[in-house]
Design a protein around this ligand. Structure first.
Ligand code: FAD
Length: 426
């Protein structure tokens, strides 16, 4: 029987270790030295590096990469189960070598890089010796790549890049930036002359590329291949976001459940008020619907490809934003005044829901993808009536019993009466 919802004991042991490790090592580091895991400060890094080493020793480093791409080859389903834990802790993805935007960039490099490009960028990225950013969105519009203008021109042994990008996450601190041009994907070292980082936004940077010159071997994949590379990158990234969102909504749910049992109002613990019970029941069902959608999608990727699973990935993308919005809001609301402060993770979690609905493509675009792909499996009905128009279906079905109806008047009357009774309901 293939429909098995259990986790194999060996991997469950790994997950139990991860759970314990995150609670006892990663969370304290996050609370006292936030950002140490990706800091360039030598002392801060010295706090995080031993934790990364422990992850490597367990064989859990860079779990998102397939074996042929340089990772342990556990696949997306196992990664989803792992991310259900990591997503709860701010820097756990960095400690486990699975943090965006490096993950997507590494996937692109692993899939399309030459041996020399992998040697120069992929392995240092895997070891977090360098960090990267991804520059695709342009200020005049992000949802429609046909509006993008950033372009590279060949000049002898160099490419010269001109254009403007917007919302390049961590661009200002990256060592290399993957710049999507209309005619290819280029790897640009951030300190290349002509890379101008604007003052705002502070984290998701606005960057001008003013005649930026890179050697010809900084083109990644084929010339004019940027959209294919971008799809490869974003497909993986979106499902990883969804996996981590499962962790976030479970955290919101845990906070909410603890609170409803701890607080009294109008003569009883609030868990006994029916509207509070509705919030718990709806959240429970929505979290599990999201979780199963994500796990099924991860399983599909493992058994086919990211491309084959693109409809499911798109559905995960807007569903995770919706469930995050609903569940985090309910949890925040049930916390009362405390929920509106930054003294629990809930306010930040709720505020991140709109981001989840925009980053890596707005909800609307993913819904269009789902509707368009799903409708490919359907046809318009041939005549006037829909296929499920019951009188027409019944007429068809009567042909199967034609000889019986002709031979037995009682059964014919029975069938006629049943048909009239059904029609009278309308
Ligand atoms: C936190 C965060 C991090 C990000 N990191 C990066 C990054 O590292 N690199 C990068 O390149 N980009 C990044 N982005 C940018 C992100 O990919 C874009 O914001 C996104 O693609 C939408 O583009 P836009 O902001 O220009 O919105 P627009 O394309 O202007 O869309 C605005 C609104 O218009 C409507 N709309 C647009 N298209 C359609 C449609 N087809 N049908 C119906 N309605 C539509 C929707 O309501 C949509 O929300 C990040 C964004 C966020 C929020």
């Amino acid at each position: 029987m293939a429909w098995d919802f259990s986790t194999e004991p060996q991997f469950q042991e790994q997950l139990d270790w991860v759970d314990e490790f995150c609670r006892t090592e990663v969370e304290p580091l996050d609370l006292v030295f936030p950002g140490a895991a990706y800091s360039r400060d030598r002392k801060a890094r010295a706090l995080a590096d031993p934790l990364k080493q422990q992850v490597k020793d367990r064989g859990l480093w860079a779990l998102f990469l397939d074996r042929e791409l340089g990772g342990p080859g556990f696949g997306q389903l196992k990664l989803a189960l792992l991310n259900e834990i990591l997503g709860r802790y701010r820097t756990a993805p960095v400690i486990f070598g699975t943090a965006a935007p490096d993950t997507g960039n590494m996937e692109m490099l692993a899939a399309y890089g030459t041996d020399a490009q992998k040697g120069r960028w992929l392995y240092p990225l895997m070891n977090q010796e360098i960090f990267s950013a991804y520059s695709m969105t342009e200020p005049q519009g992000g949802s429609d790549p046909s509006l993008f203008q950033t372009h590279a021109t060949r000049d002898g042994d160099e490419w010269v890049i001109n254009g403007e990008k917007w919302f390049t996450s961590a661009g200002a601190r990256a060592d290399i930036i993957f710049v999507m041009c209309t005619n290819g994907m280029f790897v640009v070292p951030r300190d290349t002359p002509g890379v101008e980082i604007m003052e705002y936004p502070a984290i998701h940077n606005h960057i001008r590329y003013n005649g930026v010159r890179v050697p010809i071997d900084h083109l990644l994949g084929p010339e004019d291949g940027a959209r294919v590379l971008a799809q490869r990158r974003l497909g993986g990234g979106r499902i990883h976001h969804a996996m981590r969102t499962v962790a976030q909504v479970k955290l919101a749910f845990d906070i909410m459940c603890e609170r409803v049992l701890s607080r009294e109002s109008h003569g009883k613990v609030i868990a006994h008020h029916q509207m509070v019970q509705e919030a718990i029941a709806d959240s429970y069902a929505e979290i599990n619907m999201l979780r199963l959608l994500v796990l099924w999608t991860a399983w599909t990727i493992d058994n086919s490809s990211t491309r084959e699973a693109r409809t499911q990935i798109a559905a995960c993308k807007y569903t995770c934003a919706k469930v995050l919005r609903e569940v985090s809001y309910r949890a925040l609301h049930i916390m009362g005044s405390l929920g509106t402060t930054d003294l629990t993770p809930l306010q930040a979690m709720w505020a991140s829901a709109p981001t989840m609905a925009i980053a890596d493509g707005v909800d609307e675009v993913h819904k269009v993808t789902v509707a368009r792909n799903v409708l490919k499996g359907y046809q318009p009905h041939p005549g006037l009536w829909p296929t499920e128009y019951l009188p027409a279906k019944r007429e068809q079905a009567r042909k199967k019993y034609a000889s019986l109806l002709a031979a037995d008047a009682d059964l014919a009357a029975w069938a006629d009466a049943a048909a009239r009774a059904t029609s009278r309901r309308y």
